[in-house]
Design a binder for this molecule. Structure first.
Ligand SMILES: Nc1ncnc2c1ncn2[C@@H]1O[C@H](COP(=O)(O)OP(=O)(O)OP(=O)(O)O)[C@@H](O)[C@H]1O
Ligand SMILES: [Mg+2]
Length: 366
């Protein structure tokens, strides 16, 4: 077991999963998965309910054993190592604080369990509480704290013994939106200060985009795509990723001989060149914020991808307005535009043009 000398001595570690899988009777919670988490990386597991995120964390923590495969911490096989010896810290959604213990004793708990001397415990707990902005809260009981403060205690209790890896399973799930955003900032700051490797679980895509170095998007016990927030957003690998991360217009079409895609009404859409063969049935994806919209009389210069249509709905949500347009060849295209005053916004029924640049499109397999 490792005994570090102080919080500032956090050193970053790596985790590698090779062919790891998990079954519960007839249910495959996780199909054979390879995943490497780099030193000091903030990796987020993102995905719908039941996609295998908690299963993956439990396997890394050793709370459950895999059906197949192996887990390596800094290159060393820990698949059979008992959880306590792995040095992996966990922060839970429900905080899991001990209600009868003070804040100090909750945070001290992992150090006491490791038999550390009283003087060291006092120093480390004081430093951990300072790091999460809870200096002076030592003697309170968890019930005397707000939800956000309780979660900070949960985080302090995790970082106090300098675990090799920190894992957080929906740690902000119980907090309201404002507090959630504030805590996102604080966890990012802590990650930067400690330089530790963090594996974070959420099903909130904005939280994942905001916080992560890389996102591992999961679906039905498999990795749907692993990449930076930019890669997942701008280069989704398939329809599931395109629809899960952000909003998207998806247009069905067929690859033509000249490299464009023929869609409804025999209209052709310009797309970036790719590996697709003539005749392939494909989807063209364009994000609503990349769709331009103009009155029918104005010229919309967006290459070849300009379609006439009429506005079917327009919803003003503050900074942006979502406008849906039914084009004359029968497509429904959503544009997200910067809001302007009501009298300048296109009304339902108005004739408009929608258009987008070919460089803002991504071609996906159907
Ligand atoms: N102990 C168990 N026994 C049987 N099936 C389980 C068990 N734990 C998880 N599962 C199943 O494994 C699958 C993955 O579950 P998991 O808890 O990893 O999902 P998750 O991505 O964490 O979901 P959520 O976002 O709801 O927390 C689900 O189909 C779930 O029902
Ligand atoms: Mg879960």
């Amino acid at each position: 077991m490792r005994h570090d000398t102080g919080l500032s001595s956090h050193t970053a570690h790596t985790i590698a999963l090779k062919g790891i899988s998990k079954t519960y009777g007839p249910v495959t919670a996780l199909h054979s998965t390879d995943l490497s988490v780099e030193k000091g990386e903030f990796l987020t597991l993102l995905g719908p309910s039941g996609s295998g995120k908690t299963t993956l964390l439990n396997l890394i923590a050793g709370a459950t054993g895999p059906a197949t495969g192996a887990i390596f911490l800094d290159g060393r096989d820990i698949t059979q190592m008992p959880p306590r010896e792995r040095g992996i810290g966990m922060v839970f959604q429900n905080y899991a604080l001990m209600p009868h213990m003070t804040v100090f004793e909750n945070v001290a708990y992992p150090l006491r369990a490791r038999g550390q001397p009283g003087k060291i415990i006092r120093e480390k707990v004081t430093e951990a509480l300072a790091r999460v902005g809870l200096s002076g809260f030592d003697d309170r009981k968890p019930r005397q704290l707000s939800g956000g403060q309780q979660q900070r205690v949960g985080i302090a209790r995790c970082i106090v013994y300098s675990p090799a890896i920190i894992m957080m399973d929906e740690p902000l799930g119980a907090l309201d939106k404002n507090l959630r955003e504030q805590m996102q900032g604080e966890i990012k700051r802590l990650h930067k200060e400690l330089g530790t490797t963090i594996i974070y679980v959420t099903h909130d895509q904005e939280e994942a985009l905001n916080m992560s170095d890389r996102i591992c998007l999961m679906a039905e016990g498999r990795v749907a795509q692993l990449g930076t927030p930019d890669e997942l957003y701008f280069q989704p690998r398939n329809r599931f990723v395109a629809e899960f991360i952000g909003e998207s217009n998806l247009i069905s079409g067929r690859m033509s001989g000249d490299g464009s895609i023929v869609v409804a009404g025999n209209r052709s859409i310009a797309v970036p060149g790719g590996k697709w063969t003539e005749g392939s049935e494909l989807l063209v994806m364009v994000r609503p914020e990349n769709v331009r919209i103009r009155g029918i009389d104005e010229r919309l210069d967006a290459g070849r991808n300009v379609l006439n249509g009429k506005v079917t709905s327009s919803s003003f949500v503050g900074g942006t307005t979502r406008v849906t347009v039914e084009t004359e060849n029968g497509l429904n295209i959503t544009a997200k535009v910067m809001s302007v005053r009501a009298e300048l916004r296109p009304e339902t029924g108005a004739k408009v043009q929608v258009g987008w640049s070919s460089t803002d499109t991504v071609v996906l397999e159907k």
